[in-house]
Write a protein of this length. Structure first.
Length: 1044
């Protein structure tokens, strides 16, 4: 026996390591989350838990034994048979060691999914197998499929859009080539492309235009450069350039094009711009013809307006003479026939003057030269002015004229009272004119209000002829009335409503009209007015006298009863009404308690008011005393008492009734008339409280016009207010440094420094920030008031000065620091001498003596002084103005005209004031020819006025007669004159005070004229004239030798 020994230790070691490796592989195979399988050539050997989950198998037995293709669809998505594909990949894996591929499998529930397979060859202990690592890529495959679909769709859309763009481009090219406008694509001012119309416009072929510069289209190189810059700037901001441009065609013919350009791409300006060219030569020519026609029409209209204004001024001068002479004739005539002639002449002149005023107002409105004032006024005064005119006309036609003012309407207002009254007067005159029977009612109510302003609505109703809709459409056209028959029957220029409508617009409102033919009309307009600082009540005291008082109103007019009862209720009275006399007697006979006041209309059907008053004692008998009775009449107190008998009525109340007249009548009937504030004019209109509040005040008047200096200082002196005068803003500031003042009255337009600048400078000083500064201005429009406030002034007082407004405004702002002793209470007495022996001369020169006296507060002596001052100042106006013209100083020219305007209106010379206002506006405009025309229009009325005023010279208070002269204090006068000379040479403001001392010393002596000449020259800033007057005074004084 033979034995063969082989050492198998190494074999056993390798087998053991192989088994351990296989064990480790199986451990990793089963524990990993990556789906894995082991496969033989034919079928599945094993699968891990992740693979079971992937295929939806509950155990390995559910998968093992299957051939891989049996867990897949028969055909793969690419069309290959699954069995063929899997056997191909198995063979390749066994041969090459591994392969990676994608395929589609089926879960056991039949659901298909995509899988990425990494197939590798693996040697186990006993066999050669394949290891499959699988990844579910279903979502990835689906996303790829979606991307492919989207890409295909996008490519399809791009293709479709490209076809559309090509079609659109063909259409656009067709449109461009057939467009009626010239079109060009321009880059760097070189034409890149154009259409046939552009070539036609410029007369070139398209080949001549494309590739060439646009410079040869323009008339000049400068135009080419200008439009290049403008178009570049605008289009560079993303804007569209559009302007009419003057071009030149190839043959040199100029033509106009409306050019519109914009960038092709705002983000890339270098791509160029597109330009459209529209030939507007015909339209341009038509517009030029229209412009010339319009300018010609405007010139004609201006000429018409200026002619109307000039003619109204020219006619006004003789008209004033006619009115003045006829008025004097009325005063002197004793024969009834003569008086009748004079009355008719005066009335005809008044009517003609009214027409002239309408024409002047209309021409001012047309030329834009009519301005509105912004000044305090009493609504009651406006209403009373209407009553004074309308009541007699209404009475002549037997019409009832009623006024209904709502209780909430403020009675102290700020605005243009004259223009408001003008509009209302026109409406009421028309209402009376076109009403044959019935009534005319003026209603006033508040539409809106705040603490500063109120919007009032004024309505005039009548029961007249009425109008159709067609007639209403023509109402506000100038020089036209409702129809021609209306003009023939009733007369009129047709200007009234046109002027009224424009004035209402200027006052912030508009007209409304409602009318029915045969029944009547209603005209309404609104206007915005300021509210006065203090709304004083109609009744002084608590009003306890009227508590629980009942008033019975007896009137046959329904509207009258409504208006009266409304007013009575606003007073806190109990009011009731009956419609006739018998009803009143029945009511009183059955009443358990009689009314406290009985108001009886005089004229009523069946039984009038007088008959009721006479029967009432018998009706009442011994049961009670007859209550106080008020006669309500439109025929005047004297006539009523003459018919009724003295003492039958406790008071007579004239129609139309206003709240104040009604309250006055009731208080008088009940014996409390002393409780009512009295209404007066001139100095008496100044409230006692205002005067008392200003006693002892010290004011600075800053005013360059001697006339206004004279007026204002006289007013203030009579009210125990001391005044210093500065001639301009610079002097005012110097005065403020020297003395303490309770307030400043500041003119706005002055030489050296105006009031606005002076106020701004003084407000910079903390010591003067609360000092009241009140503007004195002849420009009383709302915009001027705003400028006054913006400069730092507290308020404004319009010129010409009205005494009531002056002291009311002063009392509102000025509080005297100390009360200076005053021997008199209230204003000093007014002199009563006549202004001149020849009022007709002043009237013919255009001076309204009544207005002038009112400006002077009714003080004849003051008015005489003011006229003399005006004559002295205005006599040198033309020379001063000519000097300003020669120096080309527009500011001085405007100021001189402004000063003359205010001074003329202060004395009542409206014609000169209006002409000066026109000159002032012309100076502000700066047109030389217009200034010359305005100056030429001013010179005739100014020279006529100065000639008339020369008649005052012998009677001037500052011209003493030699017979009464006494010698001045020579020594003191010599000292003052010696000190005055250097002040004059240096232009020192202190010269004014020294000159005043000179004038005071010379008063009543032969030297008085020279002293007055000295002060007047200093006031006018004429240093040469002042030094000459000084020499005259010095030469008239005795020398030291003479005194010895």
């Amino acid at each position: 026996m033979s034995l063969i020994w082989r050492d198998i230790t190494e074999v056993e070691r390798r087998d053991r390591e192989l088994q351990e490796s296989e064990q480790r592989f199986r451990s990793l195979f089963y524990d990993t989350r990556q789906p894995m399988m082991l496969l033989s050539k034919e079928h599945i050997i094993d699968a891990n838990l992740a693979a079971l989950a992937m295929f939806g198998a509950e155990s390995r037995d559910a998968l093992c034994g299957f051939e891989p293709w049996e867990l897949s669809p028969e055909v793969q998505p690419d069309g290959e048979q699954t069995k063929v594909m899997q056997r191909r990949y198995a063979a390749k894996t066994l041969q090459e060691g591994g392969v990676e591929f994608e395929c589609q499998h089926r879960r056991l529930n039949g659901e298909l999914f995509h899988c990425r397979v990494l197939l590798t060859r693996l040697s186990l202990v006993n066999d050669l197998v394949m290891h499959a690592a699988m990844t579910d890529i279903t979502r990835e495959v689906e996303e790829k499929a979606e991307l492919v679909t989207y890409r295909n769709e996008l490519e399809a859309r791009v293709e479709e859009r490209s076809r559309e763009l090509e079609e659109a481009n063909r259409q656009q090219l067709a449109l461009i080539d057939t467009a009626p406008l010239g079109i060009a694509l321009i880059r760097d001012r070189i034409v890149v492309r154009c259409n046939a119309r552009l070539a036609e416009l410029f007369g070139y072929s398209e080949d001549e235009i494309v590739g060439n510069s646009t410079e040869h289209w323009y008339l000049t190189h400068e135009a080419f450069e200008h439009y290049g810059d403008v178009i570049h700037e605008r289009t560079g901001r993303g804007e569209v350039f559009q302007e009419e441009v003057h071009y030149r065609a190839k043959d040199g013919t100029p033509f106009w094009c409306l050019v519109t350009t914009r960038l092709l791409n705002p983000a890339r300006a270098e791509e160029g711009l597109v330009a459209l060219f529209d030939d507007v030569s015909a339209e341009h020519a038509a517009a030029e013809d229209l412009r010339e026609a319009r300018e010609e029409a405007e010139r004609a209209n201006r000429a018409k307006s200026e002619f109307l204004a000039n003619m109204s001024h020219e006619i006004r001068t003789p008209m004033n003479a006619i009115m003045g002479m006829s008025y004097l004739g009325l005063q002197a005539a004793t024969d009834a026939t003569e008086r009748s002639y004079f009355e008719r002449t005066y009335q005809a002149a008044e009517a003609l003057l009214g027409i002239l005023n309408d024409i002047l107002d209309f021409s001012k409105i047309e030329s834009g030269k009519l301005s509105l004032e912004w000044a305090p006024f009493q609504l009651e005064d406006v209403i009373q002015g209407l009553i004074n005119v309308i009541v007699f006309r209404a009475e002549e036609k037997g019409l009832e004229f009623l006024i209904d003012v709502a209780p909430e309407v403020p009675h102290r207002l700020i605005g243009d009272s004259l223009r408001l009254q003008q509009v209302l007067m026109n409406l009421l005159n028309n209402a009376v004119k076109f009403t044959e029977s019935g009534e005319v009612v003026l209603r006033i109510r508040v539409d809106q209000e705040d603490p500063e302003q109120a919007v009032l609505v004024f309505e005039v109703e009548d029961t007249g002829i009425g109008m159709t809709e067609e007639q209403q459409q023509r109402l506000f056209q100038a020089f036209s009335q409702a129809d021609a028959s209306t003009t023939r029957r009733y007369g009129g220029t047709g200007l009234g409503l046109a002027i009224s409508a424009r004035l209402a617009e200027m006052m912030g409102g508009q007209f409304e009209v409602s009318s029915t033919p045969g029944e009547g009309s209603s005209f309404r307009f609104s206007c915005t007015l300021g509210k006065g600082a203090v709304q004083r009540p109609l009744l002084r005291g608590s009003g306890a006298e009227l508590e629980d008082v009942e008033v019975l109103v007896v009137d046959d007019n329904d509207t009258a009863r409504e208006v009266l009862c409304g007013m009575l209720s606003s007073f806190g009275l109990r009011a009731r009404a009956v419609a006739d006399g018998r009803a009143a007697l029945d009511d009183l006979a059955q009443a358990e308690e009689l009314p406290g006041v009985l108001i009886l209309d005089w004229f009523m059907p069946d039984m009038d008011g007088i008959e009721v008053a006479r029967r009432l004692p018998d009706i009442l008998g011994d049961r009670a005393d007859v209550p106080p009775m008020i006669m309500l009449t439109a025929h005047g107190r004297d006539r009523a008492e003459a018919v009724a008998g003295e003492g039958l009525f406790h008071a007579v109340l004239s129609k139309p009734v206003t709240p104040s007249t009604l309250l006055e009548a009731i208080m008088a009937a009940r014996g409390f008339d002393q409780q009512l504030p009295k209404r007066h004019t001139n100095w008496a209109e100044v409230a006692a409280a205002d005067l008392a509040a200003l006693q002892g005040a010290h004011l600075l008047l800053v005013e360059d016009d001697p006339v206004n200096q004279e007026l204002t200082t006289a007013f203030l002196d009579r009210a125990s207010v001391s005044v210093d005068v500065a001639n301009n803003g610079k002097e005012a500031l110097e005065c403020l440094h020297r003395a303490r003042y309770d307030g400043v009255l500041m003119d706005c337009q002055m030489p050296v420094m105006d009031g606005f600048e002076a106020t701004r400078q003084l407000r910079r000083n903390p010591a003067w920030q609360k000092l009241p500064v009140l503007a004195l201005t002849a420009n009383a429009m709302a915009s001027d008031r705003d400028a006054v406030l913006a400069a730092g002034m507290n308020d404004h007082i319009p010129k010409p000065l009205r005494i009531g407004e002056l002291f009311a405004t002063l009392a509102r702002w000025v509080s005297p620091a100390s009360r200076r002793a005053s021997a008199r209470e209230g204003p000093a007495p007014i002199a009563a001498s006549a202004v001149t022996d020849d009022p007709a001369a002043l009237a013919s020169a255009g001076v309204d003596l009544a207005a002038g006296r009112a400006t002077a507060g009714g003080d004849e002596e003051l008015y005489r002084k003011v006229l003399a001052r005006f004559c002295d100042s205005a006599a040198a106006f033309e020379a001063r103005f000519a000097a300003a013209v020669a120096a080309a100083d527009g500011n001085v020219m405007e100021r001189e005209a402004h000063t003359l305007k205010g001074a003329a209106r202060s004395i009542g010379a409206e014609a000169v004031g209006d002409a000066a206002e026109t000159l002032e506006a012309a100076c502000a405009e700066g047109n030389v020819s217009t200034v010359k025309e305005a100056l030429s229009a001013l010179q005739p009325p100014l020279r006529q006025l100065l000639a008339a005023l020369e008649g005052l010279a012998p009677n001037r208070p500052d011209q003493p007669s030699p017979e009464t002269s006494v010698a001045p204090d020579t020594a003191e006068l010599v000292t003052i004159l010696a000190a005055l000379r250097p002040l004059l040479e240096e232009g020192d403001v202190a010269s004014q005070a020294e000159a005043a001392r000179v004038e005071a010393l010379c008063e009543g002596t032969a030297l008085a004229p020279a002293a007055s000449r000295l002060t007047a020259a200093i006031a006018s800033y004429d240093s040469d004239e002042a030094l000459a007057a000084l020499e005259v005074l010095a030469a008239a004084l005795p020398t030291d030798h003479d005194r010895a």
